[in-house]
Design a protein around this ligand. Structure first.
Ligand code: 5AD
Ligand code: SF4
Length: 455
């Protein structure tokens, strides 16, 4: 009788994700490519056989955090060795890896693998190579390969009711503050057929809401099998034909690429949610020019008016940078004025952070830190006020809520409104996965409460 082969222990993979939704998507795909070679994701770094730090280079703070976290990973490795628990593979992925790969190898020579956002389909190869390496040096792969990684990634499986789907990557716009064109590379749109296939697969797995992702998602121009090129509006129309796909969103858009077709889709496609993240960055024309945004304040205002003509209830969100080099009080006042005029339901605001290699980092007239602090505070106070006012204005309204899972307390479910606000409601777990029209009865700063659904 032959002995059964000893069960090989599944190896455990811990991924820490910094930064944007694109990185969240990429982390999931990295887990997918490592699954066939035996890695299962864990939430506990202490039990991991491999850790990946999927990094963000957008601001200095995010980038610096990687080095302190790397120190922690090194200690983890030492503790594992002491316990005789085996080695720990340490990998750095994402945008810091792309921008500062050589620096990472120098400052943290104990790192095994450094890989950029465009090469993670090669991870199994890189892990094997790292295992064979005997010179104690890490492996660096930050190429921009000619083959798109998407062609080599396994089809993602839907987990839960909402999913991200990456359709576009990279950026050709070169805003003077931004590292993305350097870290993510040139703009690339995935073929439409691949996206539709991936979306159908996700829906078959139970996903009811898909958020299309891209650094410049509305610049999407994907090839079709017949040789045509689809815009984002056309792609959205095709996705809307998938039965069971209740909601479609897209993120992040640039004002320059907000074409009439896409704005009209907010009127014509019921599945396209009335929510739009449309970063303006600043409200002063002088600063917008210095940022190389390619649009002015009036252009942005007209877009908002048009969007609201198509879809009166469209909720807007934006990113803002305060303290861009040369920003005077009057420039900042123009930003505040635009914010009051447009009205946002959600926003992200940042102090300008000089990034190596970007044109703005070399500008004289950098704004002192205390001025940036004061401006950020003022802006955030206004944005918070607007968000709270919007939440409060929802009380008494009936809103469609996609119920996505259990809430924090027993008998409670959690969900999202069309405007992305989290909602809590007493309801039966059998309602999970449905879109229910609910009466909003309460508003917290960051969420809403709906009247209980009778069983
Ligand atoms: N400093 C501060 N904020 C930045 N962003 C991008 N680059 C910088 C920078 N150098 C912000 C922009 C962008 C968001 C993702 O991050 O607002 O829209
Ligand atoms: Fe950060 Fe931009 Fe890279 Fe996303 S794409 S991880 S926001 S630097």
């Amino acid at each position: 009788m032959t002995e059964p082969a000893p069960q090989k222990r599944a190896k455990k993979l811990f991924i820490k994700t910094y930064g944007c939704q694109m990185n969240v998507y990429d982390s999931d795909r990295m887990a997918d490519v490592l699954a066939p070679i035996g890695y299962r994701v864990t939430g506990e770094p202490e039990e991991a056989d491999m850790v990946i730090l999927n990094t963000c280079h957008i601001r200095e703070k995010a980038a610096e955090k990687v080095f302190s976290d790397l120190g922690r990973m090194r200690s983890l490795r030492a503790e594992r060795a002491k316990k005789g628990a085996g080695g720990l593979v340490i990998a750095v992925a994402g945008c810091v890896a792309q921008a500062e790969g050589a620096e990472i190898m120098k400052r943290a020579p104990f790192v095994d693998i450094v890989l950029g956002p465009q090469t993670y389909h090669r991870l199994p190869e890189l892990v094997a190579k790292a295992a064979r390496t005997t010179n104690g040096r890490g492996i660096l792969d930050t190429e921009f390969p000619p083959e798109p990684k998407f062609d080599y990634l396994p089809a993602p499986r839907g987990q839960g009711l909402t999913a991200f789907l990456s359709i576009q990557e990279g950026c050709d716009k070169f805003c003077t503050f931004c590292v993305v064109p350097y870290t993510r590379g040139a703009e690339y749109s995935r073929p439409a057929a691949d996206i539709l296939r991936e979306a159908r697969g996700l829906v078959a797995d139970g996903v009811r809401e898909i958020t299309l992702l891209g650094q410049n998602v509305n610049a999407y121009h994907g090839a079709t099998d017949s040789g045509a090129t689809w815009s984002l509006a056309r792609l959205v129309a095709a996705l809307a034909e998938i039965p069971e796909l209740a909601r479609i969103r897209y993120l992040t858009s640039h004002p320059r690429d907000m074409d009439d077709g896409l704005m009209a889709a907010h009127r014509d496609v019921p599945q396209l949610m009335p929510y739009l993240h449309l970063p303006v960055q600043a409200g002063s024309d002088r600063i917008l020019t210095a940022m190389n945004r390619g649009h002015n304040r009036d252009h942005y205002r007209r877009l908002v008016e048009k969007l609201r003509r198509h879809r009166a209830d469209i909720a807007l969100s934006s990113d803002f940078i305060v303290g861009f080099p040369g920003e005077k009080d009057a420039d900042f006042a123009a930003t505040m004025e635009l914010v009051r005029e447009v009205g946002y339901v959600q926003a992200y605001s940042f102090k300008y952070s000089a990034r190596p290699g970007t044109p703005a980092s070399g500008l004289r007239e950098q704004v002192p830190e205390d001025v940036k602090d004061a401006r950020l505070q003022e802006l955030q106070a206004e944005l918070t006020k607007q968000m709270r006012a919007f939440n409060a204005s929802c009380i008494g309204r009936d809103l469609d809520v996609l119920l996505t899972g259990a809430g924090r307390y027993a008998g409670q479910l959690a969900g999202r409104t069309p405007y992305l606000q989290p909602v809590h409601v007493q309801a039966d777990a059998g309602m999970i996965g449905t879109v229910a029209r609910l009466r909003i009865v309460g508003a917290e700063p960051n969420s809403l409460t709906a009247a209980a659904i009778a069983a």
